[in-house]
Design a protein around this ligand. Structure first.
Ligand SMILES: Cc1cc2nc3c(=O)[nH]c(=O)nc-3n(C[C@H](O)[C@H](O)[C@H](O)COP(=O)(O)OP(=O)(O)OC[C@H]3O[C@@H](n4cnc5c(N)ncnc54)[C@H](O)[C@@H]3O)c2cc1C
Length: 374
């Protein structure tokens, strides 16, 4: 069993109160509007959630990684779109800036980002480079006037509204992954174009875009490279496992609620063993995935090498969340197919969990490499 500290338990209760009062009730409306929810974003900043995992000296709260996963889980229980935009701001969009940014960049961009006053985005993926990062074709050139980036990025979460972008680019393509470095690009930089908003299957409450850079001025973020990305990827994977727990809980809640209300053949459908077993299996899978996610979170807190464990946590939890969403739709029957019920949103949003932070196939490759070598 995973032991949580009294502080973690109290934190979970307070995030749950916020989610029940201010996130879950607007989740359907956010989905319908299909716009970045600026007011809610600022509200989350005012609660200090964006700075949760950063040290107090840098403007954060200095919480451990398990507490950050608790935040991700509870937010995802209310809305995957809100949880995803929060993760982007609290982690991927600001992590390199925190670790490698200059004092001036911290003052102007990072600290305000923790308050929700500036917005960060993370640009790794390209039209021709997702799982295979060695194919990243965006290039970084050093000129007398500073670094210049040229290339295209794809799937930029919060891209439409971001004030700054952490961009992966190759300083030397002959070096492959070793030539990959990270740069800060600010909105308004010459040659930077935020392209079309990508129409997606799920996460409609957020905005994901293309981005192009044409000889765009950029600031190099220290010597940040592949190893630093690896460490962040472990955290992204465990956090995505936590998002999966939250979505699965919402799906199971929806299925249990509906099954007690819906009458068929003179009784609530919750009485039928076929459905009871489906929901019991969802619960069993959810609780065993929870062990994997928080075990991996503790390993990250202790600074342990945990690539396979982090991959496993994401793998089992994201696959579990997709099965839980499928179960919810089955239990709801025709209502599961109707847009007025939340089940369809959970089913659509769950697919994102199988992709972001590494697909299930890539995660199995990571685990197999640790088990079996190259
Ligand atoms: C909603 C959403 C938001 C996102 N936000 C961001 C963001 O903010 N920033 C960012 O940088 N990226 C973001 N991404 C991109 C995401 O990280 C990539 O989609 C993901 O890494 C997969 O890359 P790909 O889509 O190019 O798929 P591909 O890499 O082209 O994979 C296609 C298929 O091939 C399989 N495959 C590939 N290689 C192997 C292999 N070696 N062995 C077995 N199977 C393999 C994959 O598992 C998959 O099934 C986002 C994606 C989504 C859907």
């Amino acid at each position: 069993m995973i032991e949580f500290t009294p502080e973690e338990t109290e934190f979970r209760a307070s995030v749950a109160r916020f989610v029940d009062a201010e996130v879950a009730p607007v989740a359907a409306a956010l989905d319908e509007r299909q716009e970045f929810p600026r007011d809610l974003f600022r509200r989350i900043g005012s609660l200090d959630y964006f700075g949760l995992r950063y040290p107090e000296a840098a403007g954060g709260s200095g919480a451990g990684f398990a507490m950050y996963c608790i935040l991700a889980e509870e937010l995802a229980r209310g809305s995957m779109s809100v949880a995803a935009m929060t993760a982007m701001q609290a982690m991927m969009g600001t992590d390199f800036l925190f670790r490698f940014g200059s004092p001036d960049q911290h003052e102007r961009l990072f600290r305000p980002a923790l308050r929700g006053e500036t917005i960060g985005a993370f640009c790794l993926t390209e039209p021709d480079a997702g799982s295979d990062l060695a194919r990243i074709a965006t290039t970084a050139k050093e000129t007398p006037a500073g670094w210049r980036l040229t290339g295209s990025k794809f799937w930029v979460t919060s891209g439409t509204v971001a004030d700054f972008f952490t961009v992966a680019a190759s300083t030397d393509r002959s070096k492959g992954l070793k030539g990959l470095k990270f740069f800060l690009v600010e909105r308004g930089a010459s040659g930077l174009t935020v392209g079309r908003k990508i129409k997606t299957l799920g996460n409609w409450g957020g905005e994901t875009t293309e981005l192009s850079l044409d000889d765009t001025p950029a600031a190099k973020l220290g010597d940040a490279g592949l190893e630093d990305l690896g460490k962040l990827l472990n955290q992204i994977r465990v956090m995505t496992g936590a998002l999966s727990l939250g979505l699965a809980r919402a799906a199971l809640d929806e299925a249990t609620r509906y099954s007690k209300e819906r009458i068929c053949f003179g009784q609530p459908i919750a009485n039928f063993q076929a459905l009871r077993h489906l929901m019991a299996q969802s619960w069993a899978d959810l609780e065993t995935s929870r062990l994997a996610v928080y075990q991996a979170a503790r390993a990250i807190e202790r600074g342990q090498k945990c690539g396979a464990l982090a991959a496993a946590a994401k793998l089992v939890a994201s696959e579990m969340a997709n099965r839980a969403a499928d179960t919810a739709l089955r239990v709801l029957g025709g209502a599961g197919f109707a847009m007025e019920h939340a089940a369809q949103r959970l089913y659509r949003d769950a697919r994102f969990l199988l992709i972001g932070g590494g697909t299930s196939e890539i995660l199995r490759n990571v685990i197999a490499k640790e088990l079996l070598g190259d």
